[in-house]
Design a protein around this ligand. Structure first.
Ligand code: FRU
Length: 615
């Protein structure tokens, strides 16, 4: 043996140290670099969490195999900090209590030597901790919309109502505020207003990450998971996308993964299964997005495990500008009649009316196996949008909602820029929940009406403005928004714009950042201009003007506008029209200015309510 090496070993033995390559022990972890690409972070101390240091601009995720007592327990992907720590994310160690844990980290940064990799700031910032602070640190976190406590969120998943609780799962990255490690996060609410956060519901496994899906209650236990089991069906996204089952016997708090997964495999990309019990055919029915083929597949099953392909719908129909995702299928009542029609929701990315992702739908008939969309007066299947803003995607509805309600919620962002919006601790909120129905418009077509759920009224605290009549002309009228709660509020009013050319509502702050909404009686459309609304440089796709048809009766309509920190939802009062848009004013909007061109507009019943912050 070479003399130097012999000496080194003797020194190590004398000093009582074990030979761990370049071990640097601190904060309860031992960092051992093995090569330019590979480092072990070994847990040597005690703590509930191992804090992971993240730098968002590090576009290359490190691949981390979590080795527990010598076996790979899971693999996670994390943007480990190279030059600066943006934030720490908690990796929960409590499940490994008493076991030996090593994070086997492959950093893949194309570095040549161990010396290079040692320069990364992450190594000194791994630490064990017993707590993780989730106190809000974000200026743009909404005050009355559902958000994850921390980390990235996209699609709402697996929603069901049971025993007085609205359960909401969501696509979640527990290890960063950009998309990755898709896991089902879980929240629930008794009132659709306040949300309680629960432990993780479904995690990635050997079949892949836990992508979007649905859940349904199985009253008779037809799947063999017990009576009243909550059965979730979701996409396991590994090398390819397959469909898997998980079930819960404790009302959706914890899920068991079905050992026979996957239950559906196809030869091309398909995802986001949405299943429901069809009481007419007495079969479980499933809609699945055949994403790249831009169509929806329909399956039936007696037991949720054996599925038979019944039909497909959509090839070449509707908006085709992007992949089809997150379908939903349900019946809705037609207002003013005792009839119902089927609605097929089909989210699309990109190809939305104002760029990026958006939700289209088809109205038609479903006989248990095939869906047939209604044609318009020209014999064409029309393109219909659920929301005319830029920021409402992946809409799906709650199963088993009470009183025959069909309640839907969307992800309040757009794939064009979702990962760039100016927050860090968390990213993305959900829209307000909305009740759906169908209405017949002047053009003879049936459209979906979306109204904010009645529960939302409970957010109102004070009426800070109450104007029974106001004539608006070129001489504008300015009203202050409530100061309390940083201006979060609801504005309601009736508008009679018959005698004017345009009617505008401008929300602004003292820095002259503004949102301008303009109604034109000639087109019966309302536009929403956020080009000067505040921060927008994070994406060229953010500045935009969105335009919604109002379906008004002779330019007379009501409005409900919800302003919450970084979002604005504008509803035609009866839900015929809705626009959801994000905004990032550098200070909150403080005033509402009403103005009209080419005549007078009568505004009545103008009320501004201050709204409270939710739990
Ligand atoms: C839609 C979507 C789904 C997929 C999920 C992955 O936003 O792309 O199709 O299941 O996000 O997070």
């Amino acid at each position: 043996m070479n003399k130097k090496l012999q000496l080194l070993i003797t020194v190590l033995l004398v000093c009582g140290m074990s030979i761990h390559a370049y071990a640097n022990t601190h904060n309860g972890v031992s960092v051992e670099h093995l090569s330019a690409d590979n480092t072990f972070v070994r847990v040597v101390g005690e703590g509930k969490y191992l804090m992971l240091p993240v730098q968002e601009s590090n576009t290359e995720d490190a691949t981390i195999n979590v080795i527990v007592n010598g076996n790979i327990d899971q693999t996670i992907y994390v943007r480990l900090a190279k030059s600066k720590v943006d934030y720490l994310m908690p990796f929960d160690l409590s499940r490994y209590s008493g076991k030996k844990v090593i994070l086997d980290i492959n950093t893949k940064q194309g570095r040549m030597t161990v010396r290079d990799v040692k320069m990364d700031v992450c190594w000194n910032n791994f630490a064990l901790s017993d707590s993780f602070d989730i106190t809000n640190r974000e200026k743009y976190r909404p005050k009355f919309h559902h958000t994850p406590e921390y980390g990235w969120m996209n699609d709402p998943n697996g929603m069901f109502y049971k025993d007085g609780k609205w359960h909401l799962y969501y696509q979640w990255n527990p290890y960063g505020s950009k998309w990755q490690n898709m896991t089902w996060g879980h929240s629930s609410s008794e009132d659709l207003v306040n949300w309680e956060h629960h432990p993780t519901a479904i995690e990635p496994n050997g079949l892949g990450a836990a992508f979007s899906g649905s859940a349904a209650i199985d009253p008779e236990g037809s799947a063999g998971f017990g009576e009243n089991a909550v059965v979730a069906m979701y996409t396991t996204a590994g090398t390819n996308q397959t469909q898997s089952l998980a079930w819960s016997n404790d009302n959706g708090n914890t899920f068991n993964i079905y050992p026979g997964n996957p239950v559906i495999t196809l030869e091309s990309e398909a995802r986001d299964p949405n299943m429901f019990w069809n009481s007419e055919t007495k079969l479980w029915t499933l809609v699945l997005a055949h994403a790249l083929d831009r169509e929806i597949l329909f399956f039936t099953s007696p037991d949720m495990k054996e599925w038979t392909l019944a039909s497909s719908f959509g090839k070449g129909l509707g908006a085709q500008g992007g992949v089809w995702e997150c379908p939903d299928l349900f019946e809705l009542p037609i207002e003013g009649t005792n009839q119902k029609k089927w609605v097929l929701i089909c989210n699309l990315n990109p190809g939305g009316p104002f760029g990026g992702s958006a939700t289209q739908y088809f109205v038609g008939n479903f006989n248990g196996k095939t869906f047939k969309a209604d044609t318009d007066v020209n014999g064409i299947i029309p393109i219909k949008w659920l929301d005319y803003g830029k920021d409402n995607y992946a809409n799906v509805s709650w199963s088993d909602a009470p009183d025959g309600r069909r309640v839907i919620i969307g992800w309040m962002s757009n794939w064009q820029y979702a990962s760039e919006i100016p927050t860090k601790q968390f990213r993305s909120a959900n829209t307000l929940p909305r009740d759906l129905s169908l209405f017949k418009a002047k053009d003879g077509e049936l459209y979906v009406a979306s109204r904010p759920c009645k529960e939302i009224d409970a957010l109102r605290t004070n009426i800070v403005e109450n104007i029974s009549q106001q004539t608006v002309s070129q001489r504008s009228k300015t009203i202050h928004l409530p100061k309390e709660n940083n201006g979060v509020c609801e504005i309601t009013m009736k508008v009679d714009a018959r005698s004017a050319k345009t009617f505008s509502l401008i929300l602004s702050n003292e820095r002259d950042e503004k949102v301008k909404m303009t109604y034109s009686p000639t087109t019966d459309k309302l536009s929403f201009d956020r080009t000067e609304s505040g921060l927008s440089e994070f994406s060229d796709d953010f500045p935009a003007i969105t335009v919604a048809p109002m379906y008004s009766a002779n330019s007379i309509f009501g409005l409900r506008i919800f302003i919450d920190t970084s979002s604005i939802e504008v509803f035609e009062e009866s839900g015929k029209s809705v626009m959801t848009n994000l905004v990032f004013p550098t200070t909150p909007y403080t005033s509402l200015t009403l103005t009209a061109d080419g005549g007078n507009v009568k505004v009545s019943n103008l009320k501004i309510y201050s709204l409270k912050t939710i739990k």
